[in-house]
Design a protein around this ligand. Structure first.
Ligand code: 2P0
Length: 334
């Protein structure tokens, strides 16, 4: 039977990706660096069979087909998997997101990573994590990083065919057991500007993008050193600077892109004020939405959770530690 199931975890970038030098292959302008999250993951079962009339993806109970963006994201990796394996049958994929909240905390990375792992196994392909990372990248850039637990670096690469643009593990899951991410959910509404369209507009119009492009490789290099030394303060400072450069660049896009909600700004000010007085040490990050995520160490989780829960507009606080590698599971979703 050509069927397999995989589970992959979401990731959050400490050094951000935003902007493609090649939109079809999804090749970024610069490297990014992420931590995989234990608390957020996607499980996906894929089967190839003549029984199915057409390709379909069932995502948390809703069915998508070719022509819909949820499905079309998977077209490039799927056609490569078919080409490499010779599998010609129709595909059914069923996917379930396990996130402790309904809020859109990036599930496209874990979803795409789980999909390519399950689809490659269902098609009988024996491929490395590096090759799976390349396949996932073709579906969604940040998904390249979800092929690894712990901390990972997505190499931008220089080749036009994308053969050197993949993620690589830097630090394993159990190497930094005290590391935590505290996620503050401030809004459960859909985001106003999708990442893909937003980053394209930023590259085309932001006068700040060029400066960030120069700085990003320096930040990634310094961040790798801090990570290797488990120097949390330096790592946090660079991560916060990457977040600030991302959101400054977004805001300098024409028309401007602003993902922050009033409660996001309140959380940022709360964290910064407490850090200044030495109450706790947390560093801010935000992605293409209003949720605020705070990097910290285990001993500060309680104080940070208490402080942000008191901010008006914070609906939910979810704590995650460092997540594992993706895995194939023997139990299928259908
Ligand atoms: C990141 N983000 O590094 C950055 C920071 C959002 C802000 O990667 O077009 O879903 O599929 O490559 O990966 C979100 O964008 O975009 C993202 P595509 P993706 O995590």
């Amino acid at each position: 039977m050509k069927k397999a199931t995989a589970r992959a975890h979401a990731n959050i970038a400490l050094a951000k990706y935003w902007g493609k030098r090649d939109e079809a292959l999804i090749l970024p302008y610069f490297d990014s660096l992420s931590v995989t999250l234990d608390a957020f993951f996607t499980t996906t079962s894929v089967e190839f069979s003549d029984v199915f009339e057409e390709d379909s993806l069932e995502l948390d109970g809703e069915i998508f087909r070719a022509g819909e963006k949820e499905f079309d994201r998977l077209l490039a990796p799927l056609s490569h998997i078919r080409e490499q394996s010779g599998v010609a049958e129709s595909m059914r994929a069923v996917s379930k997101n396990d996130v402790p909240t309904a809020a859109g905390l990036a599930s496209s990375a874990s979803g795409t990573a789980a999909f390519v792992m399950a689809a490659a196994a269902a098609a009988g392909l024996n491929v490395s994590s590096k090759e799976l990372s390349i396949l996932a990248r073709m579906g969604s850039g940040s998904a390249s990083r979800s092929l690894f637990g712990g901390f990972a670096q997505w190499h931008a690469g220089t080749q036009n065919d994308g053969s050197d643009s993949f993620a690589e593990q830097l630090v394993e899951q159990d190497e930094w057991p005290e590391f935590r991410v505290v996620a503050c959910i401030v809004s459960k509404k859909q985001k106003k500007v999708a990442s893909r369209a937003g980053m394209k507009q930023t590259v085309a119009t932001s006068p700040l993008y060029e400066g960030w492009k120069q700085q990003a490789p320096l930040d990634v290099a310094a961040m790798k050193q801090a990570l290797a030394a488990k120097d949390f303060t330096t790592l946090g400072q660079i991560a916060e600077s990457s977040f600030a450069q991302l959101h400054a660049t977004m805001l300098s896009t024409n028309p401007p892109i602003l993902y922050m909600a009033p409660a996001s700004v309140e959380v940022i000010n709360t964290i910064w004020a407490a850090r200044e007085t030495g109450e706790f040490e947390g560093y801010i990050t935000m992605d293409a939405g209003p949720q605020v995520k705070i990097f910290c160490l285990a001993h500060d989780v309680e104080a940070i959770s208490t402080a942000v829960s008191a901010v008006s507009g914070v609906q939910e606080v979810v704590v995650s530690s460092v997540g594992p590698d993706p895995t194939l599971l023997s139990e299928h979703l259908f």
